[in-house]
Design a protein around this ligand. Structure first.
Ligand code: BEZ
Length: 220
């Protein structure tokens, strides 16, 4: 994937938004932040996704996460569209800002361009991209979905919890992990004394044919 990717610092760009001008690094501050893009205003899947994000805003806030959406139309269009999103998602308000990108400059900088979708004038459109940015302003994870596939916000919460846990502890989360499940101790913790010290709660090593003790489960 060319352009912005995992490990890169998110650009400190300035954009118009439904909350006024936003400088991205100031907005992020020292928080985790989810930056997510949509192909366009007043489109069906995008309306459901932005509604779901409004519904999950509290879930993300409880985890210390800020949200910022992006769609390539202008701010006035976003403000009109929010009325539809809120009507479709009763009881939920779109409290997060939505960036405008009428010149498609931001989607290029954030590596959110859809290679296939174009508007009626042939201009590029954003894909359903999503970057999870850490408190150090580095991209920790990116999703890139086509316009035809809406995202699952439970999956966003799941990967966020994995990222936050592995930022704090030397652990990783195994296949099909869900919040609350045991995690695995990172291979970088190779020394038994170090593992005991880092995980005083204990851990279980899986007995494997190789007799190598690299698969160690613990709870954090
Ligand atoms: C949608 O949000 O429904 C959508 C947008 C662009 C292309 C296809 C679907």
């Amino acid at each position: 994937m060319p352009g912005l990717t995992m490990g890169d610092t998110i650009p400190d760009l300035v954009a118009d938004s439904t909350h006024g001008k936003i400088r991205l690094h100031d907005y992020i501050g020292a928080s985790w932040t989810i930056v997510f893009s949509h192909p366009g205003d007043f489109t069906p899947v995008c309306t459901t996704e932005l509604g779901k994000m409004a519904e999950y805003a509290q879930v993300f806030a409880q985890r210390g996460v800020k949200l910022v959406g992006l769609s390539c139309d202008d701010v006035q269009s976003h403000k009109e569209w929010i009325k539809d999103i809120e009507a479709y998602t009763p009881g939920c308000k779109v409290t997060y800002p939505i960036l405008a990108d009428p010149n498609r400059e931001i989607i290029k900088q954030l590596n959110m361009v859809d290679p296939d979708e174009k508007d009626s004038s042939g201009n590029p459109l954003p894909s359903r991209a999503l970057h999870i940015v850490g408190p150090d302003k580095k991209v920790k994870l990116s999703f890139l979905y086509p316009a035809t596939t809406g995202r699952n916000m439970d999956e966003v919460v799941r990967v966020l919890e994995s990222l936050q846990k592995s930022y704090k502890h030397k652990i990783a989360t195994p296949a099909n992990w869900k919040p609350g499940d045991p995690v695995v101790i990172s291979p970088s913790v190779s020394n038994i004394e170090q593992a005991k010290e880092m995980f005083p709660q204990g851990y279980k090593t899986v007995d494997l044919p190789s007799k190598k003790d690299y698969l160690r489960f613990t709870n954090v």
